[in-house]
Write a protein that binds this ligand. Sequence first.
Ligand SMILES: [Zn+2]
Length: 286
Amino acid sequence: MMIETGLSPTALSASGLVFGMLVGSFLNVVILRLPQQLNNQWQQDSRDFLGLEPVSAESISLAKPSSRCSDCHTAIRPQHNIPLLSFLFLRGRCNSCAKPISIQYPLIELTAGLIAAFFVYQHGLSEVTFYSLVLSYSLLVLTGIDFHEQLLPDQITLPLLWVGLLANLNANFVPLREAVLGAIAGYLSLWIVFWAFKMITGKEGMGYGDFKLLGALGAWLGWQMLPLVIFLSTTLGATVGIAGIIFAGRNRETAIAFGPFLAIAGWIAFVWGDKILVSYLGIFNL
Ligand SMILES: [Zn+2]
């Protein structure tokens, strides 16, 4: 299923870029607010469970309050809220208090824009593009949240698994059988590593969110891609970890979230996995 627009691939991906940057602006809000919402919810639930009086926390949702400066809390005017351009125009500083705005905002917007341009260029306005964007943006949000909070919310990882199975109902990416086996194998493989590591060292090396994320990736990519995802994510994680010890003077015990590496590795395998496997297997003449 593909919608014909009559636009050239270049014009189409330019529109994709703009669309993606607008979505990116929303993804920034999700990355910032979803963890706050969850924290408020957990606090309320805990107080409720302990029979304590509820505290009246400022209610936040993805829509309210409107975007504010994280330093001076001045509401951001619409003309200063244009993806990427406002950041460049304001030279990365708040218009009211001149404190630097996090580079994360334009970075997420630009990444989201490039992702949309890329898939629209490759697959046009199609079901494959739609699902590819759902997966890519979910991984982008998970990367952002896990990076800051060391948390992969169930609210994203679980639906991501089901949508992956749904996407492969028509074998958009892999046959459904491979997707189902991928979801199970993805969860179980890290679950086994977790318990083996815990029994040997007495420490917990990763969280349950990581298992759910790999389960979700298995549903999208099929079980055959899982070894590649694990290989890429651990290589990436080890490289960043060692660089952190050497250059940033981090301690070996400093915990770094594994989710971002899984998400990035999953995305690379989603887009280039087949090519990587073919050239890798080609080397060994299999
Ligand atoms: Zn400010």
